[in-house]
Design a protein around this ligand. Structure first.
Ligand code: AMP
Length: 304
């Protein structure tokens, strides 16, 4: 039981109100894999250039992440420059350098082809489709962002038709559907062929919508949030990693998975880049989960 993920393994140049972090490890698949590997076996599909530091590749191995599908080629790694404002929400993209991503043609290793779960992390929807054609997974989930919604909408809609779960942030949900109201946006997403939608709302938590209804989970709030880069991918890693481990997709498992996703995202935002995910232990995760449960449960008998 495990998850195949395709996404970006990147070099990020990030500015937040709390500092500059240039030439840092990043990418949607990096954050996802580090987070999901706390719960399940992860098989990574991505491309990096010779400029990508070897120590980060060693970290994947240390975390037991399968890197047979990580191509290391001559050329430059995908690079993203982003800037966050005081609300640490919805970054401004200063530059996106696709570099090796432009010519990437993912060939999926045989051992990845019949994995239980597939996560198409934020990357070119044409690459997401190429992977979809090669992996026979039981559960397929995906993420995307404004960059691809603007440039590759038709290809993205093809991806959506084949998804069980779409995990995107509130701005992307509105941009994709043209609906300001998130519940209506989710209905529209479901009408595109997706079975369940998970809408990430930063420090306002997460909204889950399926044909059966909706529920919400708060974020694990931090006083010392300094860099939200990768929080969304880290959330997705905790959410899907937990579901993969439980081998269950009913409402009760999904509620717990949302809570694990929120807890994992909190570790990402309290340090720059991937630092908060490197030394994570089961004990630290369980402690935050207990705290989150405490702040969002109400058991007192209420008067009508
Ligand atoms: P998030 O979880 O949304 O904060 O994702 C942040 C990560 O997305 C960064 O580490 C970037 O390297 C990566 N990223 C930024 N733009 C893109 C893009 N257009 N496609 C794929 N990954 C991207």
């Amino acid at each position: 039981m495990g998850i195949v993920v395709i996404g970006t393994v990147a070099i990020d140049d990030v500015v937040t109100p709390f500092g500059k972090n240039l030439g840092a490890p990043g990418g949607s698949a990096t954050y996802f894999s580090l987070s999901a590997s706390c719960f399940t076996r992860v098989k990574l599909v991505a491309v990096v250039g010779r400029d990508f530091p070897k120590k980060h590749i060693r970290l994947f191995k240390k975390k037991n992440i399968d890197i047979e599908g990580l191509e290391q080629k001559r050329g430059k790694t995908f690079r993203w420059e982003g800037k966050y404002d005081w609300d640490l929400d919805n970054p401004e993209t200063i530059a996106t350098h696709l570099n090796l991503l432009k010519s990437f043609n993912p060939i999926i290793p045989q051992a990845y082809k019949n994995e239980e779960m597939l996560f198409l992390a934020n990357i070119d929807p044409e690459l997401q489709l190429k992977v979809l054609d090669q992996v026979q997974a039981k559960i397929i989930a995906a993420d995307t962002m404004n960059f691809w919604i603007e440039r590759k909408r038709d290809k993205l809609l093809e991806v959506l038709k084949r998804l069980d779960i779409l995990i995107i942030n509130e701005y992307e949900a509105r941009q994709l559907t043209g609906e300001p109201n998130l519940l209506k946006a989710c209905k529209k997403i479901i009408s595109y062929g997706v079975r369940k939608a998970v809408i990430k709302k930063g420090e306002n938590g997460v909204l889950f919508v399926s044909r059966g209804g909706f529920f919400v989970c708060p974020a694990y709030l931090m006083e010392n949030a300094i860099d939200p880069t990768g929080a969304g991918d880290t959330f997705a890693g905790g959410f899907l990693g937990y579901l993969s481990k439980m081998k269950s997709y009913d409402d009760s498992a999904i509620k717990s998975a949302l809570a694990y996703g929120s807890v994992m995202a909190s570790f990402a935002v309290e340090s720059f880049d991937i630092k908060g995910l490197v030394g994570l232990t089961r004990i630290k995760i369980q402690k935050r989960l207990k705290d989150l449960k405490r702040v969002c449960s109400f058991g007192h008998r209420m008067r009508e």
